[in-house]
Every structure is written in structure tokens, then in C-alpha cells.
Design a protein. Structure first.
Length: 222
């Protein structure tokens, strides 16, 4: 299979205006990826699927990633004069990077038996209603997985045919896979509170008589 540099160059040639960056993975897997711009994401995805040399016709996995605001330190070599002698020293600077959310897709070719090629998209920020284009129209298998990313991270996928929660119950608020998520005090929608959940629920309903079990917390109906 072609290298990421070769795939990047061919995408940019085939999809006018597309902006592709290679995101290097320094970890043990060394599995670098292609960051594709949202505006041309659908066209890029179709190219990856339909190109005769690639035929990335199967999306095996799509997942979300939450990046909080962070500060990155960068060190560069600079030349300076010390006591009349030119020396090369390390100069450190800090760059503040605003937070964002990502959707990451692992692509394989069932036709050519190669892969994965990993692609990713980024939201503008982590605000409520953060949006990305849906790739479900290109890879059918992305439908439920984009729903999961929506459910757990709060990414709204434009063009998805059935974007609704898939793991959490309808009344659930917030997105439990975000790094700044905090458990709520009110567990009235928890079907069977237990252990630490039960203890928090007891504190929430402190004004009620002493609670001896999960059945005492469940909302009254009828």
C-alpha cells in the first residue's frame, strides 16, 4: 500500500482545495493519520473509497477523542552572543492550544486486503453543538459509531440520517466521555442505584426519610 505522504499528495491532486495534514503518532504503534478538512471531508472520503489503488471500502471503527485546552512547550536552537562569543542555546516557548473534539476512522480495503488508513476530523471547539460532517453516506458502517460519538462526546454529525443517543437513556444530560465530565448529584433516572451511586443519591435526597435501598430512591409513578 502507498505511504501516507503518497496518499496525501494524490488526495490533494484529486480533490481541489482539500487540506490534508499528516498527524504523527509518536507512540509504540507508530500509526500516523491523515487530518482532513471538514469542508472537503465527503469528497476526500469518496476518493479513498473509490480510488482503484486504494479501495478503502470498509470503515472498521470510528471513535471520538476529547482534547482539552492545553499548553505545549517548544524548544528551538537559537544563536546568540555571550561574552563576545557566538553560541547556540536552547530557547523555550509556550503555545496555548484551544480544545477541540475529534472523530477518528480506521479504514481497510476488503478488495485489496490492505490497511488501515486512519483519518480524522476536528471540530472548531468543544462548545455545545460542535459539528462535523457525517461520513455515513460513504461508509455504511459509520452509522451507529457516529451515533456513539454523538452520544458520548456531543459531536453533531451533519448529514447523518438518524442522529440520536445509542447508549445513554433519553433523559441523560451531558456527554460522559468528555474529560471534564462530572457525575451529577441527581440519579433519579438511574434504574437501580447501587454502591457509590446509591451513596450520592442518598445525599441528594437527604430531606427524605432514611434510605435503605435502591427501591427507596426510584421516582414514584402512578
Amino acid at each position: 500500500m502507498e505511504s501516507l505522504d503518497e496518499i496525501k499528495a494524490r488526495i490533494e491532486a484529486a480533490v481541489p482545495g482539500a487540506k490534508i495534514d499528516i498527524v504523527v503518532n509518536p507512540g509504540p504503534s507508530q500509526q500516523s493519520s491523515l487530518l482532513i478538512d471538514n469542508e472537503h471531508a465527503a469528497a476526500v472520503a469518496r476518493f479513498l473509497r473509490d480510488d482503484s489503488a486504494l479501495r478503502l471500502d470498509f470503515c472498521s471503527n470510528a471513535t471520538g477523542v476529547d482534547w482539552l485546552d492545553r499548553t505545549v512547550k517548544k524548544t528551538v536552537k537559537v544563536k546568540t552572543v555571550v561574552d563576545g562569543v557566538e553560541k547556540e542555546i536552547d530557547q523555550t516557548s509556550e503555545e496555548k492550544i484551544p480544545g477541540y473534539l475529534e472523530a477518528v476512522y480506521h479504514l481497510y480495503s476488503m478488495t485489496h486486503k490492505h490497511g488501515p488508513v486512519v483519518i480524522r476530523m476536528r471540530t472548531a471547539d468543544r462548545a455545545e453543538g460542535a459539528r462535523l460532517p457525517s461520513l455515513k453516506p460513504v461508509w455504511r458502517s459509520a452509522e451507529f459509531q457516529e451515533r456513539e460519538i454523538f452520544d458520548l462526546y456531543g459531536v453533531h454529525f451533519d448529514g447523518h440520517p438518524d442522529l440520536r443517543r445509542i447508549l445513554m437513556w433519553d433523559e441523560f444530560e451531558d456527554y460522559p466521555m468528555r474529560k471534564d465530565y462530572r457525575d451529577p448529584d441527581d440519579y433519579e433516572y438511574e434504574p437501580t442505584p447501587h454502591d457509590d451511586v446509591l451513596e450520592r443519591a442518598k445525599r441528594h435526597y437527604a430531606s427524605r426519610p432514611q434510605l435503605d435501598g435502591a427501591e427507596s430512591i426510584a421516582p414514584q409513578t402512578g
